[in-house]
Design a protein around this ligand. Structure first.
Ligand SMILES: Cc1ncc(COP(=O)(O)O)c(C=O)c1O
Length: 394
């Protein structure tokens, strides 16, 4: 075990805080380490594993396509890509799509398209928002720890408080190219946006000629209990950013493009790997499986169940400040730093994420069962009552 950890630690660039567990296998919502120890996975590949690990249909589609054609840049049409483009536009109700390889690229494209389409420069983003780590997306991201080492960032960005329509109204002007928002702020602490705020933001953009970019990189593909979180509030963004679980775990991103963006000039953007047949085949299989397994409905039902169990736990724990989330994107805000508790959960067989300093974020595969969710709640309750941990956390 330690060999692998040591090798990675020796050669890694160092930007990741590595956990001392070597993961070698997964199935559904379960992971195994190289010692054969089992974990309930509430990291879910940081949102890329909505379908669960080792989905047979996705694995078969990848294997079949790999033997047929992997590389085919978008200058040539391709059967898998054409089918996926049609599917994504049908599912979102948006007419066109740009295919890329990650969430940050999907955001980067949306920002560039918004600037070109509106001939305006300014981008309004939200405090606590997270949109990625390339320069355009990083400039929209709020967390200082990610931004400051790379300043000066791209000019023309401002950040206003989330869920505050009045603040938004003050900054959206005839110079605003786009407002970019998450429907639920994930990385920033699991804060759901209110229907009034999100619809109001859309209305404001319409009135002032700005475009609305919705970043569904984390909330997309069933996570919040609908295929896309915009469906909770009847939102129709002008640009919609997707990634993470779009291709069953393979790296892929997509920017869906609405009517108001108009025709984009040739050559202004592109991606060598974007929309390659391998990821398109994986994505088609993943979308088919999400439908077959009724994943959005499962996320809605099991997410509500999980939140109830966690609320019960919160009533008996002086350490929990709040339980919040939508579907199976769930955050438990503690009155102390969350990191030691996340570590303790891992030691007891539950992998979870942080979101900000005080929040434990649960992002399990959407195939997770109620019994597994019960085990997560039970383990959390145990961990929160460990006296030794409270000392560590202080
Ligand atoms: C809302 C949101 N946008 C963008 C990104 C960036 O995605 P990626 O890491 O694939 O570049 C993330 C990643 O966590 C995200 O949660």
């Amino acid at each position: 075990m330690s060999d692998i950890f040591e090798i990675e630690s020796r050669y890694t660039c160092g930007v990741y805080a590595k956990r001392h567990v070597t993961i070698v296998r997964g199935e559904g919502a379960v992971l195994w380490d190289d010692q054969g120890r089992e974990y309930i996975d509430c990291v879910g590949g940081q949102g890329t594993a909505n379908l669960g690990h080792a989905n047979a249909a996705v694995a078969a589609a990848i294997a079949a396509q790999a033997q047929k054609l992997i590389s085919c840049p978008e200058i040539f049409p391709n059967d898998q890509r054409a089918a996926l483009m049609e599917r994504l536009t049908q599912l979102t109700g948006m007419p066109r799509v740009f295919l890329c390889n990650s969430g940050t690229e999907a955001v980067e494209a949306a920002i560039k398209f918004a600037r070109v389409a509106t001939k305006r420069i300014e981008i309004v983003a939200a405090m606590r928002g997270f949109h990625g780590r390339t320069f355009g997306a990083l400039s929209a991201t709020w967390n200082k720890a990610y931004r400051e080492p790379f300043e000066p960032l791209v000019p023309g960005y401002s950040h206003i408080p989330y869920n505050n329509l009045e603040a938004l109204s003050k900054v959206v002007t005839d110079k605003t190219a786009a407002v970019i928002l998450e429907v639920v702020q994930g990385e920033g602490g699991v804060y759901p946006g209110s229907a009034e705020y999100l619809r109001g933001a859309q209305q404001l953009c319409r009135e002032r000629g700005a475009l609305l970019i919705v970043d569904e990189v984390q909330t997309g593909f069933g996570r919040t209990g609908k295929l896309f979180a915009i469906q909770h509030h009847g939102l129709q963004p002008d640009l919609l950013c997707l990634a993470k679980s779009i291709a069953g775990g393979l790296p892929m991103g997509a920017t869906l493009i609405g009517e108001k963006v108009g025709v984009l000039p040739g050559h202004i953007h592109g991606s060598t790997f974007g929309g390659n047949p391998l990821v398109c085949a994986a994505s088609l299989a993943a979308l088919g499986e999400m439908e077959r397994l009724d994943l959005p409905a499962r996320a809605a039902e099991n997410g509500a169940y999980f939140k109830e169990r966690l609320q019960d736990a919160a009533r008996n724990s002086p350490l929990i400040r709040q339980v919040r989330g939508l579907g199976l994107l769930v955050g438990v805000e503690l009155k102390k730093k969350s990191a030691p508790y996340i570590q303790a959960l891992g030691q007891r067989g539950v992998m979870a994420l942080s979101a900000g300093m005080n929040v434990i974020r649960f992002l399990p595969p959407l195939v997770i069962t109620r019994e597994q969710l019960d085990r997560v709640t039970h383990t959390l309750t145990q961990v929160l009552t460990e006296p030794v941990l409270e000392t560590v956390a202080e």
